[in-house]
Design a protein around this ligand. Structure first.
Ligand SMILES: [Zn+2]
Length: 409
């Protein structure tokens, strides 16, 4: 470290989430963190801090510092809402029934196509701000409610623009293969051709997506159709992610693993062979307990097997108007413990280190370590176990975004 840094935080405990440090949180008690520019340049026990001058010194008052939280799977740019469908599901209709009757995703497609970019921005902003208030500093946002070239581009441009006006990193994912648009009814292969030959190349040309996603499920697209989307993404040098095995076992996870996918998401119905394939390919699991809860599912993802195989387990909101209209990543941490059996430390890893893996950004974010981006949250708590345990009252005291102090509690 040089003798001078921009920001020095002392008198904190750091839950670094660095797996090379001992303990589930990689904790450093009585730590100091030095930042220059937007990077951490030194972190360790305060007593080992080299002599250094700092432009700004923050006294952490014995609170805990964590990496900025990462919500790695959201659909937060959309038109309208589906509260009416919520009521119908409470009356006994299933998600599949509603989807087959033209509701579900397709009702949001109609609203999103009808909305202007300004409308989409205005309705998405409060959702993004709710996440930011909870200490989220990186959000992935998917398209997939356009299902035509213009609307897919519109959604992705809005996602990019949200990042320009808020203290948050946004990664974008093109999910044009989310559902079959009504004008292609009975012609799924033709729609996949549109996705591969027109939508993805246009998205790539404008550099609007960091990855490509697809919904591989009996009510969406087959493994063969998704393989065509993967091939098209790879021709454009874009990594892939897959909504896989949420409602049934389909083989989607093994397809994703063969394609070295960044993540497979949902995965309630994966098999032992699928887990082995993920471990082999380094593909992360993204667990979405909010969708599981909303759909009143009973089959949980095989957390014990994923843990035993060393598959990184990310946790995300899946924030979307149908199956998880809940803009709270902290609630998802709590649900991942109560519904899926994760430990509080695994829940925090799921929204930091593992979420960074699921987005392919673990070289820059998700852990507090010298050289990585200084996205950090200071929490007024005595133990990092409180993050998954305590909701509502426990809020960030301070957030540092790229080393810049952006909120004070
Ligand atoms: Zn999703």
């Amino acid at each position: 470290m040089t003798e001078r840094c921009d920001l020095l935080i002392t008198n904190v405990h750091a839950a670094t989430m660095d797996p090379s440090l001992p303990g589930a949180y990689g904790a450093i008690e009585d730590a100091a963190v030095a930042v220059t520019g937007n990077r951490i340049v030194w972190i360790g026990p305060r007593r080992e801090l080299p002599e250094t001058a700092a432009d700004q010194i923050v006294d952490g008052e014995g609170q805990w510092l964590t990496p900025g939280l990462i919500d790695c799977h959201t659909h937060l740019v959309y038109g309208g809402h589906r509260a009416g469908e919520f009521a119908r599901r409470l009356g006994g209709e299933s998600y599949e029934d509603l989807a087959r009757a033209g509701g579900g995703i397709l009702s949001t497609v109609r609203s999103t196509r009808a909305a202007s970019a300004a409308d989409l921005y205005r309705s998405a902003e409060p959702r993004l701000k709710a996440l930011i208030r909870e200490g989220v500093t990186t959000v992935e946002i998917k398209s997939g409610y356009g299902l035509d070239l213009d609307t897919e581009l519109k959604q992705l441009r809005v996602a990019r623009r949200l990042a320009q006006h808020h203290p948050v990193n946004v990664t974008t994912t093109c999910l044009a293969a989310h559902a079959l648009p009504p004008e292609y009814d009975g012609r799924a292969d033709d729609y996949i051709a549109l996705v591969c030959d027109e939508i993805l190349p246009a998205v790539a040309k404008e550099q609007l997506a960091d990855a490509v996603d697809m919904f591989c499920e009996n009510i969406a697209f087959s493994v063969e159709q998704c393989q065509r989307v993967i091939d098209a993404a790879h021709r454009l040098d874009l990594p892939v992610k897959v909504h896989a095995e949420q409602l049934a076992s389909t083989g989607a996870t093994r397809m994703a693993a063969r394609a070295s996918a960044l993540s497979v998401d949902h995965i309630e119905y994966i098999t032992d062979e699928d887990v082995a394939a993920m471990a082999e390919s380094g593909t992360a699991a993204v667990l979405l307990p909010g969708a599981f809860y909303t759909l009143k599912e009973t089959r949980v993802p095989p957390v014990d097997k994923l843990r035993a195989a060393g598959v990184p387990m990310a946790i995300s909101t899946d924030l979307n108007p149908g199956t998880c209209p809940i803009a709270s990543l902290r609630l998802m941490m709590n649900m991942s413990c109560n519904l899926f059996g994760l430990t509080p430390a695994e829940a925090l890893a799921g929204v930091t280190r593992a979420a960074a893996r699921a987005l392919g950004i673990c070289c820059s974010r998700g852990v507090l370590r010298a050289g990585l981006r200084a996205d950090m949250v200071l929490w007024p708590m005595e133990s990092p176990d409180q993050l998954a345990y305590e909701l509502g009252a426990l809020q960030p005291a301070d957030v540092f975004f790229g080393g810049r102090h952006v909120t004070a509690g």
